[in-house]
Design a protein around this ligand. Structure first.
Ligand code: G4P
Length: 541
């Protein structure tokens, strides 16, 4: 294993509530990395709120999102891989799964809005694996909230400690720039202009008259006061704490004005973790191991009926992936070879010869893959940490054409294997329930069943609030629970039972009656000890 190939990789995701500036920031990072040369080159990978029922429009946009699924670029000797995440909330499960394939995240916050609904949900997912987080507070060129108040809200609502590394001077029309607490530099802001060296002033001492000269006495005094408060109220920045997911360094800037982005990127490559070890059902896999291993975290289907192929996105976890080499598909117990493995970058795809841990390879697939599948050089391994999450909307499938029930079954199975939505089964397989995060998925399924499988179905609403996986050391309680709650139990794809709770009250009732049973909002219980405590947050949709 070439150690350098490993240590120079940074694989991360940018997450935000829609409109906070994720697309803009992605684009600026790509400009710095030379991956694109003009602004506007990255199409918005977000499904506009207005386009709720225009299915082809959605698919067009999903098509764009394939091209921008992974954007890799070189920067100062680092290989940076940005894994794109859909902004639209109905595709949140795609985003959650993508977060299982990153080593760290950058969280973008709108300075006027602070923590929003999607911010909370995405951070809940990050916390499951203690993913290190860097926060970028964006849109400082617009009126926004007091920065101390914002940090307080981040800490309170997201349960993470923060440490500002830059500090804004003024906000909105009065925004003058940021003070870099780490480098002790003043970075002056001018709209629509990249910071040039003359805009950056080194300040040896906060008492320096340079501050008054460039900011005016009032702003200089305010900055001194703020820095004093920061130094006394926040713990000093500790890289180890950041890597443990305990402490989030915070930057302030304006993505659209390309302000604060370079500082963010420079710090990011310096402190963000390289590819990390990954847990399998049997052992930890170290990225430095010689033998290749990886897992599939996303599958994208080609909707063109003449090209029914799919692309499976595989995150390399260890060793070196090579083109035209046989790899072992552990679930199917089958060797597969990939002649055209692909990398994606800002609307361009190219065939790759090799890939290293942290890289994502696009594999053309004719139906071999499910989300969570593992590929290895021969060893039987199953990567963990790619859980299913409780859906938020549940509907029962009603077949509209009895002559096509086989096609319907096959379609539902394949679409749910792709991760479009989740399939839950009841009554020995005769009742099928589709669970999804958003309404759009039901449209997607109906459309694709008809166009790809010739099957038609309706969806019957169900009175279900959340699905809980459950465990207990007490087998007798489990048995009693299963038989008493028979009408509220379904089975997931791995035949694990789930409890379909009608509301928080029915969960509470079950918890009171069966105190030895633990309920979980994801299918991987160990990683999710706080699941039920965080119901309130997951439930606020
Ligand atoms: P998203 O991917 O998180 O959904 O956000 P996106 O980057 O699309 O940004 C949302 C809107 O916020 C865009 O405006 C974008 O131009 C604007 N924006 C991003 N960064 C900044 C910033 O630093 N300052 C200000 N003032 N605005 C910013 P839009 O009008 O919705 O879209 P567009 O027409 O500009 O594309």
């Amino acid at each position: 294993m070439k150690t350098n190939e490993l240590t120079r990789r940074r694989t991360f995701g940018i997450i935000s509530h829609p409109d906070a500036g994720k697309t803009t920031l992605t684009e600026k990072l790509l400009l710095f990395g030379g991956a694109i040369h003009t602004a506007g080159a990255v199409k918005k990978n977000k499904i506009r709120k207005a386009a709720t029922s225009d299915f082809m429009e959605i698919e067009k946009q999903r098509g764009i999102s394939v091209a921008t699924s992974v954007m890799g670029f070189e920067y100062n000797g680092y290989k940076v891989n940005i894994l794109d995440t859909p902004g639209h909330k109905d595709f949140a499960e795609d985003t959650y799964r993508t977060l299982t394939a990153v080593d760290s995240v950058i969280l973008v916050i709108d300075c006027a809005k602070g923590v929003e609904e999607q911010t909370r949900k995405l951070m809940n997912v990050c916390r499951m694996r203690n993913t290190p987080v860097i926060v970028f507070i964006n849109k400082l060129d617009r009126e926004g909230r007091n920065p101390f108040e914002l940090l307080d809200e981040l800490e309170r609502e997201l349960g993470i400690h923060t440490r500002p590394l830059t500090w804004p001077i003024g906000i909105g029309p009065q925004f003058q720039g940021v003070y870099n607490l780490f480098e002790q530099q003043l970075e002056l802001f001018s709209p629509n202009k990249t910071t040039v060296p003359e805009d950056v002033l080194s300040i040896d001492d906060l008492a320096s008259p340079l501050l008054d000269e460039h900011l005016g006495p009032a702003s200089a005094a305010q900055l001194r006061e703020d820095v004093h408060l920061i130094e006394s109220a926040f713990e000093s920045f500790d890289e180890g704490h950041y890597r443990e997911g305990y402490l989030a360094p915070v930057f302030f800037g304006s993505a659209i004005n390309n302000f604060g982005v370079k500082e963010l990127l420079d710090t990011f490559v310096a402190i963000a973790p390289p590819p990390q070890p990954r847990e399998t059902a049997t052992r930890m896999v170290d990225p430095a191991e010689e033998a290749f291993s990886g897992f599939v975290f996303k599958i994208h289907a080609n909707l063109d009926p003449n090209h029914r192929d799919r692309i499976a996105f595989c995150r390399v976890c260890s060793g070196r992936f090579e083109r035209n080499t046989f790899y072992y598909h552990t679930r199917l117990d089958k060797e597969l070879r990939f002649t055209n493995p692909t990398s994606f970058m800002a609307n361009e795809k190219s065939i790759i010869e090799e890939a290293w841990p942290g890289d994502v390879v696009g594999l053309y697939d004719t139906g071999n893959f499910k989300i969570g599948d593992t590929l290895t050089a021969g060893e039987v391994l199953h990567f963990k940490g790619i859980p299913r999450f409780s859906p938020e909307i549940f509907r029962q499938v009603v077949n509209r054409n009895p002559f096509k029930s086989k096609q319907l079954d096959k379609g539902i199975r394949q679409l749910t294997d792709e991760g479009v939505a989740q399939l839950l089964i009841r009554d020995h397989g005769t009742a099928k329930i589709i669970g999804a995060v958003g309404e759009l998925q039901f449209e997607v399924i109906q459309f694709r069943l008809l166009h790809e499988y010739g099957a038609q179905c309706d969806f019957q609403p169900m009175n279900v609030y959340k699905a809980f996986w459950f465990t207990s050391a007490d087998d007798r309680q489990l048995e009693r629970f299963l038989s008493l709650q028979n009408h509220h139990i379904a089975f997931d794809k791995d035949t694990l039972p789930v409890f379909l709770a009608e509301g928080t009250w029915s969960l509470r009732a079950a918890q009171e009656m069966f105190p030895e049973i633990d309920f979980h909002l994801t299918s991987e219980f160990k990683a999710d000890p706080d699941a039920v405590q965080s119901i309130g947050q997951w439930g606020k949709s």
